[in-house]
Design a protein. Structure first.
Length: 261
């Protein structure tokens, strides 16, 4: 029987976090790193990655970065190669990179649809496939944490957001998580997803400005948005030994928003 401290300990573990330079990805990276995991962060912008790694190192967290656009197949292949070269193997894969685009469904640009789907679904699949096949399946262990969204569990309230591609993509992530969990469980790999509600971020700032923070909070049972700590415990549970018997699950971290109609 392991102690609680041991169950959540990640010393000696390695983690690759996409979209890890800011926002929810950086929050998750902090949680894993504080528990001892060695990190590689991936994102598109080198300056943001530099800043994120400096932020983590000040906190005593060992981290490196690889600049890559997970919407492009060649970048995903390079990211998988680089992460495995630097870490040796990947124990924990956090698929957080994502994009959104707002427009009415009847006028939604095909270019925008493809941009969202290529990053949020295709890129997630290709990176997971590469890391699973090359590192997790041969070692018969691994933790995969996908970042979905409560937008993948339902539609948007009328008059709020027009994000049909984003909602569709996150719904795909939800069922990707369940399907892969069933396939890869025999290899000792767990696959779960976090479904955040509204967190202030660069991605959500436009919606928060338009709708208003007070209005958004009024729709949440806890009457608040997510903060800089609210994903840490859930991510750590799913990435650590404490979650070794949890797979195929979608955990909403949303202040109760998805519990009400």
């Amino acid at each position: 029987m392991s102690s609680i401290a041991k169950l959540f300990d990640l010393k000696g573990k390695t983690a690759l976090v996409t979209g890890g330079s800011r926002g929810l990805g950086l929050q998750i990276a902090e949680a894993l790193g504080e528990q001892g995991a060695r990190l590689v962060l991936a994102a598109r912008k080198r300056d943001e990655l530099d800043a994120a790694v400096a932020h983590l190192r000040v906190r005593g967290i060992e981290a490196d970065w690889i600049a890559a656009d997970a919407a492009h197949d060649e970048d995903i292949a390079r990211l998988a190669d680089g992460a495995l070269a630097r870490l040796g193997h990947v124990d924990i894969l956090v698929n957080n990179a994502g994009a959104t685009w707002g427009a009415p469904a009847e006028d939604y640009p095909l270019q925008a649809w493809d941009k969202v789907m290529n990053l949020n679904v295709r890129g997630l699949f290709l990176l997971t496939q590469a890391i699973g096949k090359r590192s997790m399946i041969p070692r018969r262990c691994g933790r995969i944490v996908n970042v979905a969204s409560i937008a993948g569990l339902a539609g948007n309230a009328p008059g709020t957001m027009e994000t049909i591609a984003y909602n569709t993509s996150k719904g795909a992530v939800v069922n990707f998580t369940r399907t892969l969990a069933a396939e890869w469980g025999e290899h000792g790999i767990t696959v779960n997803a976090l479904a955040p509600g509204f967190f202030p971020s660069k991605m959500t700032q436009g919606s928060l400005d338009r709708i208003g923070v007070e209005t958004m909070c009024a729709r949440v049972p806890l009457r608040r948005l997510g903060d800089d700590d609210d994903l840490k415990g859930a991510a750590l549970l799913l990435a650590s030994g404490a979650g070794k018997h949890i797979t195929g699950q979608i955990l909403a971290v949303d202040g109760g928003a998805s519990a009400v109609v």
